[in-house]
Design a protein around this ligand. Structure first.
Ligand code: TRP
Length: 335
């Protein structure tokens, strides 16, 4: 198998439940790769979650279990993937401090992902230093275990690029310790929000969650933007920019029927409710097994925490090995 030599690592910020955008952008790849790679890691990035929630630690704490549950319910398997909590691996923080010297402030401010998020969160110049530096701490997340393949959503690509710059600079200054990493984005690298916004986002309030009930899915799909000029069933409608068709293109496996429905919609004679009902069924088919498994796992939070604790122990062993190598390379291995 082509990824047999790769070490895979991904993670989520525990700042809210995960949605369909996460699923198609990264989670599907996580599940596939855990069977194909030599080793795979899944990290709950609580320290990164705190970079823009410093005054709300309870939110981060509460969502640690939520993102772990979402991943487990989707099929991330703790027998195949080492699942761990970022803050419990202090070597990651140590490595972050070392990497901080390898990146300029100007470079951090230019990172398009960070720039965008700063704007979205309304930080402007008052951005917390930790938030501005999160690509550096993400480099430490990725490199502490020498991972080589990183499944991420498309929005994270500039962060991965910056990680590779850190690899280059580190190796140039201290000798070769790390290898460059590759990213892997899902078949749908970016999912639009139910409001037609270019991205489904936790903080944009436009998501369909992997834990949503059928009722919630129904309400959300029914509220989706279609074509404002498509008022009567017999009116010709637009399929471009029509959120319902965009989702059907991604999630409905019967491409032939979707093509026919589009033709009919364009000609006139197909109502919004018909296509929305179809989408509700398609999404329910995907989400219902995830929801069922999640509800089962939710009954046993101790088990989920035990999975994270066991995974963290394994991650730390690797982290200590890498740190010993790093200290030696930088000649800060005194005793
Ligand atoms: N920044 C990622 C996100 O917001 C989460 C993350 C933290 C991550 N550390 C990582 C992703 C390491 C991949 C690898 O989704």
């Amino acid at each position: 198998m082509k990824n047999m030599n790769e070490i895979v690592l991904t993670g989520d910020r525990p700042t809210g439940r995960l949605h369909l955008g996460h699923f198609v952008g990264s989670i599907q790849n996580r599940i596939k790769l855990q069977n194909e790679s030599s080793k795979s890691f899944y990290m709950v990035a609580d320290i990164q979650g705190l970079t823009d929630n410093a005054n709300n630690p309870q939110k981060v704490r509460d969502n640690v279990i939520e993102v772990a549950l979402d991943n487990l319910a989707c099929g991330v398997d703790p027998k195949k993937t080492i699942m761990f909590i970022q803050s419990e691996v202090p070597e990651i923080a140590e490595l972050t401090v070392i990497f901080l010297n390898l990146v300029t402030l100007a470079r951090l401010k230019r990172n398009p992902t960070v720039k965008n998020e700063i704007k979205q969160k309304g930080f402007n110049e008052d951005v917390p230093a930790g938030f501005l530096c999160y690509p550096i701490s993400q480099a430490a997340d990725i490199l502490f275990c020498k991972s080589s393949l990183i499944p991420v959503g498309e929005d994270q690509l500039p962060v991965i690029e910056q990680v590779n710059e850190i690899v280059d600079t580190f190796n140039r200054y201290y000798g070769k310790v790390f290898n460059k990493v590759k990213h892997l984005v899902g078949d749908t690298p970016r999912l639009i929000g139910i409001d037609g916004n270019s991205k489904m986002g936790k903080s944009l309030n436009n998501g369909i969650y992997l834990s949503d009930s059928l009722k919630e899915i129904t309400q959300k799909v029914m509220s989706m933007y279609t074509d404002p000029k498509h008022i009567h069933v017999e009116d010709p409608g637009n399929v471009e920019g029509n959120v319902v068709f965009s989702y059907l293109d991604i999630f409905d496996s019967n491409k032939k029927e979707i093509a026919e429905l589009k033709e009919k919609y364009k000609k006139g004679g197909l109502g919004d409710v018909v296509i929305k009902k179809r989408l509700i069924n398609v999404l329910e088919e995907i989400i219902s097994p995830i929801r069922t498994k999640r509800l089962e796992l939710e009954k046993n939070p101790e088990l989920v925490m035990k999975i994270l604790e066991d995974g963290t122990k394994k991650a730390r062993i690797v982290a200590k090995e890498t740190m010993a190598e790093v200290r030696k390379a930088i000649r800060i291995n005194y005793f």
